[in-house]
Design a binder for this molecule. Structure first.
Ligand SMILES: NC(=O)c1ccc[n+]([C@@H]2O[C@H](COP(=O)([O-])OP(=O)(O)OC[C@H]3O[C@@H](n4cnc5c(N)ncnc54)[C@H](O)[C@@H]3O)[C@@H](O)[C@H]2O)c1
Length: 325
């Protein structure tokens, strides 16, 4: 297949590009490098351009007949989205609409969308399945939910089939050591902890140790990046077979507490580092875990790197290989 990966120079997109290319697909990445890296695109052609730029899209779609588009490009910082919502609505919603309209114009029928647990807002129950109420509590989550709604309407009106994959926490790195996480600023727990382990960061902060969880720290669901990418390939195959749109929550199903992630990181890295306990942050639920039964049943998705140690080992290998030079 010929697949366009939008945002393929970013963390998740770059792993997806690799997985698709190694499964004999022709992959083209479109990325404006606003948050991604040229050297993260190890396979296929990289077109540097903005997904909201009609000229770029016309050129791409005139030149190639894509079987599907996978869309990873977005701004992803929840805090920034509160301070500067315009930036988020513009890129995550308006630019996505430009892409969808171009797909309709060029009759490309299959779309995979990177959605998020943030569309659900404060958990009403846990683990969170697809039936959970959708009440995002920040602009980032709202931008993603808006696109999900847009996709329902584009299916009804134009027959554009989509699968929305709601990731909980993507984590880990390419087991070959070729790719990894490089957000700037970094806000994800695993790389922040490993930066403390490698000495790139003075300490790691735990925001609240008085949650109603086993050790008092927040519990989150970490899913390995390769398992996440695998779910995209399975979702695309399923969508092409059934001709139906779908939505799936993607997580490990096992929650790990912040303290457990820290303890495991110390064990895997063999390094001790400073841990600072501070107050809770507003808007952090105690437990955020996915119920991925639907994805497991309908896609036959079965995460292979589901042990916390394995997730951290691959991320640590990346931290050592890439940053310790
Ligand atoms: N990282 C996570 O744990 C997580 C969790 C839930 C959902 N998601 C979603 O997954 C997707 C990928 O996340 P990530 O962690 O890889 O982010 P990332 O920032 O590493 O990658 C995003 C990529 O998109 C590119 N991009 C952004 N705007 C663009 C535009 N207008 N035109 C072209 N390229 C553009 C950036 O340059 C970057 O390479 C995002 O949509 C995010 O909302 C991520």
């Amino acid at each position: 297949m010929k697949i366009l990966v939008v945002g393929g120079a970013g963390y998740i997109g770059s792993h997806m590009v690799k997985q698709l290319a190694l499964s004999n697909n022709e992959v083209i990445t479109l990325d404006n490098l606003s948050c991604g890296y040229k050297d993260a695109v190890k396979y296929g052609e990289l077109v540097i351009g903005d997904l909201g730029d009609n000229n770029v899209l016309n050129q791409l779609f005139n030149q190639h007949k894509f079987d599907a588009v996978m869309h990873f490009a977005a701004f992803i910082e929840v805090g920034e989205s509160v301070i500067n919502p315009g930036k988020y609505y513009h890129n995550n919603v308006c630019n996505t609409q430009v892409l969808l309209d171009a797909m309709v114009k060029y009759d490309i029928k299959h779309f995979i969308f990177s959605s998020t647990a943030a569309i659900f807002g404060e958990p009403q129950y846990t683990p969170i399945n697809e039936a959970h109420p959708q009440n995002p509590i920040n602009p980032y989550g709202r931008t993603k939910l808006m696109v999900e709604h847009m996709l329902e309407d584009y299916d009804t009106a134009y027959g554009l089939k989509s699968t929305c994959l709601r990731y909980f926490n993507a984590a880990g790195a390419d087991p070959d050591g070729e790719l990894g996480e490089r957000h700037n600023p970094e806000s994800h727990l695993v790389p922040l902890i490993l930066q403390a382990a490698s000495g790139r960061r003075a300490d790691i902060k735990i925001f609240g140790q008085d949650y109603p969880t086993e050790d008092g720290t927040c519990v989150r669901d970490y899913v390995h990046i390769n398992d996440l990418c695998e779910a995209h390939s399975l979702a695309l195959a399923k969508m092409q077979k059934t001709g139906s749109s779908a939505r799936y929550n993607l997580g490990n199903g096992k929650g790990f507490s912040v303290q457990q992630v820290i303890d495991t990181s110390k064990k895997v890295s063999g390094k001790d580092f400073n841990v600072v306990i501070t107050d809770r942050r507003a808007g952090d639920p105690a437990v955020l875990v996915a119920d991925s039964t639907l994805a497991r049943d309908e896609l036959n998705w079965s995460p292979k790197f589901d042990q916390l140690e394995t997730i951290i080992e691959t991320a640590w290998q990346w931290e050592m290989n890439f940053f310790a030079q």
